[in-house]
Design a protein around this ligand. Structure first.
Ligand code: GSH
Length: 232
């Protein structure tokens, strides 16, 4: 049986998105595509219902269970809204809620475009990260990923953030305002364990370290990271 917990208290942020969402995802610490969906709600001060499936019970749910019924691809995260609407695909969910919040996706066309650019790079990075991290041959594949593709994405993102006119104002992707792209980028750095130990593995990437610290310093995110709800 999946576990279900409520996080937070219903707020105006819930009203903006149509109530308290139920997020279906793996019981995978505070990591993964499901966590970045949770992270936007945490940052916005919205309550959510957190339904977590163990890696053992998921395959059956994906084949014939509740996951199969809700999502044609059988993937998680899946979000159920109180009016019965089902939301799938993590990045479209983040963009959808950004529009409903009237925040998190920049104001100008240039800002929106650049947030999407950074998000797209992270999508590519996450796909390769997961393939290596969950590989049957992880002992060989993950170190190879770290020195190969991961380094390539870190180099490219650092260069983008340092050279783009909006980003160079910092600390976020488009400057002073946070966007969903910051959450997405923070989450992959977190999941690759680059934000721990004083961010020592980001020492050659000062702009990325600055962005990670700025996300961690958001009041609601900080409170979450310091709470028992944060699972690592
Ligand atoms: N593009 C989808 C990808 C969803 C996806 O691949 N989710 C993974 C977990 S992060 C999953 O469902 N893995 C289990 C499987 O594919 O069987 C999204 O962003 O939501």
């Amino acid at each position: 049986m999946p576990t279900t917990k409520i996080f937070g208290t219903e707020s105006a942020a819930n009203k903006a998105i149509g109530g308290i969402p139920t997020i279906h995802y793996f019981d995978f610490l505070s990591r993964g595509r499901g966590q970045v969906v949770r992270l936007m709600l945490i940052d916005a001060g919205a309550a959510y219902k957190d339904v977590r499936y163990s890696f053992d019970e998921y395959p059956e749910q994906k084949q014939t269970g509740v996951i199969a019924k809700m999502n044609p691809t059988g993937n998680v995260p899946i979000v159920e809204m109180p009016d019965g609407k089902i939301l799938t695909q993590s990045y479209p969910i983040l963009r959808h809620w950004s529009r409903l919040f009237g925040a998190y996706d920049g104001k100008t066309e240039e800002e929106k475009y650049f947030a999407d650019v950074i998000c797209d790079i992270v999508i590519d990075w996450r796909t390769l990260f997961l393939a290596a991290f969950f590989s049957a041959n992880k002992a060989e594949d993950y170190p190879k990923h770290k020195s190969g593709k991961r380094k390539h994405f870190l180099d490219a993102l650092e260069r983008h953030l340092k050279s783009n006119d909006l980003s160079s104002r910092g600390p976020f992707v488009i400057g002073k305002e946070i966007t969903y792209a910051d959450l997405v980028l923070f989450q992959i750095m977190h999941d690759e364990e680059l934000t721990r130990d004083g961010k020592k593995e980001l020492q050659n990437y000062p702009r990325l370290a600055q962005l990670a610290s700025a996300v961690e310093g958001r009041p609601n995110v900080k409170a979450f990271l310091e709470s028992d709800a944060y699972l690592g």
